[in-house]
Design a binder for this molecule. Sequence first.
Ligand SMILES: *Cc1c(COP(=O)(O)O)cnc(C)c1O
Length: 421
Amino acid sequence: MKTSKLPLKKTDKKIAELITKETRRQTETLDLIPSENIVSKAVLEALGSSLTNKYSEGYPGKRYYGGNQFVDEIETLAQNRARKVFHLGQNWHVNVQALSGSPANFAVYVGLLQPGEKLMGMSLPFGGHLTHGWKVSASGKFYTAVQYGVGRDGLINYDEVATLAHKEHPKLIIAGATAYPRVIDFKKFRRIADDVGAYFMVDMAHIAGLIAAGAHPSPFPYADIVTTTTHKTLRGPRGALIFVNRESEIAKKHGVDSASLLDKAIFPGLQGGPHDNQTAAIAVCLEEATKPAFKAYGKQIVRNAKTLAGELKQFGLELVSGGTENHLMLIDLTNLGISGKEGQNCLEDVGIIVNRNTIPYDTRSPFDPSGIRIGTPSITTRGMKECEMKLVAQLIYEALTISNPSATYNKVKTLCRKFPT
Ligand SMILES: *Cc1c(COP(=O)(O)O)cnc(C)c1O
């Protein structure tokens, strides 16, 4: 029996309606969640293509299924484009099959570490990601995780990182964060990793688009392995990339082929068939990321964040580390007398979408922490620039401090209409 060729709204009204509502919600609100973005029509088209019908276990030229000549070309293109976006030579092996950022990170651990071996990453409440060794994550359960944080000033203290590394001798050191508003000094991390003979991995999930645009220093001159999601500042479909330097000294010392270990960790270690539609959409977003318009986009994200941070400070709001050098900032709401959850709700009431977040040395619970995390990737995609950031800061301030949500809501709506998604 043939599958229907009718459009969704004809065959499944309920889901079609909910998708329409979600699309409208995205257009009519300001998205300040720093890990979200708005993909191109081309990316959506690749995601919704016939490639979802295919099984391709294995890698280009080495599949366990027939009929993969075009999928092979797509996956090879995605790998080559990934190298091009980040200006890499053939010594960087790329795996494009990890289903998302978290499985990509696990593939690195499965590939390079034995269960119980030691990894070191930034702790979640200080801005790190769950998968960098936090206890509720498998990264903290199946491996011995040691964690560094930030100082009272909100900045990574590299001397403390070095001291911890020398004391603990981790096999893998991870740099990268999910709520850190400052540039990370990859060179310093490299030196620490060398001093203790550890692999050095950078998880650039949040900042990959900025790095592609030349708006943030690149980790590639320093790291042995780089992982990233593709759906944050890189503005692609949900997915991930793993980059492995074949010439890494530490891999040579261990006498291993780290590229092959990583490939095997993804398949057959952790996953079965790759999502070929997702691979094609990743290839599309990578091509977009090589264009001059994307370079301008990445630089504008950072300029917008800087402007927004400056304006928020003018309103007396307190920012962790005093500001931002990337696409995001953390607002400490303590001096306003409201919690992160209350702040998130006040903002949602006026159509501004953010997420509550712990701040370093938070005295409140992770479910209702002291801060909110905001970023500019999505509103920059909508075309907003410095002058709109002044307005956005004012709207945030109004929502958090003045109890007239309907007036602020109308201003948010007007701004959204001027800058459609
Ligand atoms: C978002 C993120 C991830 C995980 O990505 P998912 O696709 O949500 O699994 C991993 N690491 C960092 C630093 C992230 O910001």
